[in-house]
Design a protein around this ligand. Structure first.
Ligand code: NDP
Ligand code: X2W
Length: 343
């Protein structure tokens, strides 16, 4: 059995990791680490685990990392760096869910997040977008699990970028997220009365995920590009729906584009291309799937891509487990095949 330790285990992503790993046939959770819940059994903080999981949150201790084979860091960015370094020095497989190990270009990282304590480790890390970076993930020591918005946006755009089917700098990404995307330690603007029956844009023209999406889209396109990304807050708990617009470089109809996407993702279990209809949040929430629908606006010569994920699963904990499966040469689907909610 693979022994897994989760640091930041009391947060939304940490709990989602525990929930998913419980169903993983090759994994035993060796420790759940939380500074604010030390020595408290998880069934006290989260009664959902009563009769299912007999584990107690522990304060961080290097011995807990030593006994693990894989370490998931589900901590805020900045906080993560020190823990990733410790686990890396011990030779563990490290999967970091913060933004700290996602970038190749340090200046892009620093512009949005400030100084990086271990910039040399960016060379040891891979970007954990499984469908695109599988080979790098296999050989890297640290996996920087992607952000939730970037996962929906980059996978929605990859076939167009790789085949140079869209004009450089024409991309507009309009994303809507459920509130759990902000984590459990979020502030007043995420409280019930502010969010319920409301809908708002935020981080307009300055959200930190823009640089992450730009770096990876530039890599896929083969040259540096700029794009516009606007996130919105939906009054739902989970899920991201990104509507992506870009100008086509040649005349293509919807069916031709669908064929291109099906070919690009032909071996990818977790990508579902819609031939009819369009994806909706409820088809992906509770799953590790990325659902993609396509339309062509002929008059404007624009492609419109709809890309949906569950922010806590494919956007975080599920993709982290998919990365673990890659690192341990397991079938990527192991422990991750679920049917979404149906209403
Ligand atoms: N929510 C989402 O949809 C997604 C989140 N992520 C990323 O995953 C990581 C975890 O996110 P999420 O679970 O949502 O966040 P939460 O706020 O829900 O949880 C973060 C956890 O980190 C621990 N922690 C340790 N030090 C600190 C600190 N200085 N400040 C705040 N928390 C601290 C806390 O537990 P304790 O204090 O008990 O140790 C807390 O439970 C973040 O980097 C986030 O950006 C990535 C993709 C999607
Ligand atoms: C709704 C909401 O607030 N979402 C978060 C993104 C969540 C995520 O993926 O963030 P990381 O890059 O931190 O991992 C935000 O906009 O900051």
């Amino acid at each position: 059995m693979i022994k897994a330790s989760i640091i930041g285990a009391s947060g939304y992503v940490g709990i989602e990791l525990i929930r998913l790993l419980l169903k993983h046939p090759e994994v035993e959770i060796s420790s759940i680490i939380s500074s604010s819940n030390k020595d408290i059994p998880i069934e006290k903080t989260n009664p959902q685990f009563k009769k299912i999981l007999n584990l107690t949150f522990k304060e961080f201790d290097i011995d807990l990392i030593k006994e693990a084979d894989v370490v998931f860091c589900a901590l805020p960015h900045g906080v993560s760096q020190e823990y990733v370094k410790m686990a890396y020095d011990l030779g563990k497989v490290v999967i970091d869910l913060s933004s700290d190990f996602r970038y190749k270009d340090l200046s892009r990282y620093s512009k949005d997040y400030g100084e990086h304590k271990y910039p040399q480790l960016l060379n040891e890390s891979s970007y954990g977008l499984c469908e695109i970076y599988r080979e790098e993930i296999k050989s890297s020591k640290i996996v920087g699990n992607p952000g939730c918005y970037p996962t929906s946006a980059i996978l929605g755009l990859a076939p167009l970028l790789k085949n140079k089917l869209i004009q450089k700098d024409s991309i507009i990404i309009d994303s809507k997220s459920g509130v759990s995307g902000a984590g459990k330690k979020s502030d007043f603007s995420y409280s019930f009365c502010e969010v319920d029956e409301n809908f708002k844009a935020y981080g307009v023209a300055k959200h930190r995920h823009t640089s992450e999406i730009e770096e990876k889209c530039s890599f896929l396109f083969g040259e540096d590009l700029n794009l516009s990304f606007t996130p919105h807050l939906l009054p739902v708990k989970r899920g991201i729906l990104s509507t992506i617009y870009a100008t086509l470089t040649k005349s293509l109809n919807k069916n031709e584009l669908i064929e291109i996407y099906k070919e690009f993702y032909r071996d990818e279990f977790f990508i579902r291309i819609y031939e009819d209809g369009l994806p909706e949040l409820k088809y992906v929430t509770g799953t590790n799937f990325v659902d993609i629908g396509l339309k062509v606006d002929k008059k404007a010569n624009r492609v419109i891509v709809i890309s949906c994920i569950d922010n806590l699963i494919k956007g975080a904990a599920g993709q982290a487990i998919q990365n673990m499966n890659i690192k341990f040469s397991l079938n990527e689907k192991t422990g991750l095949v679920t049917v979404g909610e149906y209403f």
